[in-house]
Design a protein around this ligand. Structure first.
Ligand SMILES: Cc1ncc(COP(=O)(O)O)c(C=O)c1O
Length: 386
């Protein structure tokens, strides 16, 4: 245990120690954080549905009708009517033959990659992909080639240089820490040219992009050309869990081979009930999506006018790159003192030298709250010498 204590103090000395903050009450535009009421720019509850009364009521109904837990993994006795209904609704939403609900996005990514790629196959992964995709690559016994972020020339070169029985390209559609997007149209073409499958992680795009929130591939008109589309239920859909959508053969294969699906208890009915209600709202209320985007544009423009370094806005995630962890922590701490919660993201979540605040406005913030956040954040950065 002494060795662990030394590991922890080493993290602390390098400003890399992580702590958990305690949130009280509901997740919303404001939260109680360690007893202080603050504006929250820290959650992925993009559409504000985690605290929507209709979602909460649907969850309570599903709990009463289906009970507290699914009792077993889906292949034993855990696949209930609620799960089946949600899978059909997701397939309809995305215009796919079938969908499969997983315990979480992390489960989905590790399960899918390891099920589709094995020894003798090759997986090509963007260098800024989410940790769960990276871990999925590690779990598969395929050859893994990391290509430069969004660099399709590098990807193509690596594909040409890698003999493989099967080729799988994996990419976030919206990159979670940078908020930039994958060049989907070209990626789909490239995959086609090289007879490779494309797996897209749309965790930060589902609910956010597209006329009925069906994600970035749908918004860019290439949804039908992406063989494996993954999304989560715990972000814009305000609940918990994840899904993979595609052909019937893909889903049947995953039912048989994705170990994180086969060997894990199915989601509780209440969680599924919440997700189903949230999905209906996400499809039927585009005004929520418009409010989310309006807020993201307002926050981005305000920070830019305040002299902070922000890249062009490609999604509703607004990172402010600050450099060293100490500076990011300092700015986050000062902002919190002013009642604004924007979390500092440090290595290894992001590359060394790119520590940042990752700011996520949601649909239910008011314009005045965004403006107040801009004032506080710009002042905090200037006081920290940025
Ligand atoms: C891009 C991406 N993929 C997958 C996940 C994992 O999803 P979950 O939180 O449902 O495990 C996350 C975040 O948590 C993510 O940002």
């Amino acid at each position: 245990m002494d060795a662990l204590a030394e590991d922890l103090s080493s993290l602390d000395r390098r400003d890399l120690l992580r702590i958990r903050r305690l949130v009280g009450g509901l997740q919303g535009p404001e939260v109680d954080l360690d007893g202080q009421r603050v504006l929250c720019f820290a959650s992925n509850n993009y559409l504000g549905l985690a605290s929507d009364a209709r979602v909460i009521e649907a969850s309570a109904r599903a709990l009463r009708e289906g009970g507290a837990g699914a009792g077993a993994s889906p292949l034993i006795s855990g696949h209930m009517e609620a799960h089946d209904g949600l899978e059909r609704e997701i397939a309809d939403w995305l215009g796919c033959e079938a969908a499969l609900v997983f315990g979480s996005g992390y489960h989905a990514n590790i399960g899918v990659i390891a099920a589709l790629a094995e020894q003798g196959d090759a997986v090509f992964s963007d260098s800024l992909n989410h940790a769960s995709l990276i871990d999925g690559c590690r779990l598969s016994r395929a050859t893994v080639r990391i290509y430069e972020h969004r660099n399709l020339a590098d990807l193509e070169e690596k594909i040409c240089a890698t003999p493989a029985r099967r080729r799988l390209i994996v990419s976030d559609s919206v990159f979670s820490m940078d908020g930039d997007t994958a060049p989907l149209e070209d990626l789909v073409d490239l995959a086609g040219r090289h007879d490779a499958w494309l797996m897209l992680d749309e965790a930060h795009a589902m609910g956010v992009f597209g006329d009925d929130g069906a994600g970035l591939a749908a918004a860019r008109g290439v949804g039908a050309r992406v063989q494996i589309r993954m999304g989560t239920l715990g972000k814009a859909l305000g609940s918990y869990g994840a899904f993979v959508a595609g052909s019937r053969a893909l889903i049947e294969l995953l039912v048989n081979r994705a170990r994180s699906y086969v060997f894990s208890t199915a989601l509780p009915p209440a969680v599924v009930g919440a997700a189903r209600a949230a999905l209906r709202i996400a499809r039927e209320e585009p005004a929520r999506r418009e409010r989310l985007w309006r807020n993201a544009r307002r926050l981005h423009a305000g920070l830019k006018a305040g002299g902070l370094l922000v890249e062009p806005l490609e999604s509703t995630i607004v990172p402010v790159i600050l450099g060293e962890p100490r500076i990011a922590l300092g700015v986050a701490h000062r902002a919190l003192g002013g009642g604004v919660w924007g979390p500092a993201i440090r290595p290894p979540t992001v590359p060394p030298g790119t520590a940042r605040l990752r700011l996520t406005p949601i649909a239910t913030h008011h314009a005045a709250q965004i403006d107040r956040a801009v004032d506080v954040l710009v002042r905090a950065a200037h006081e920290e010498g940025v």
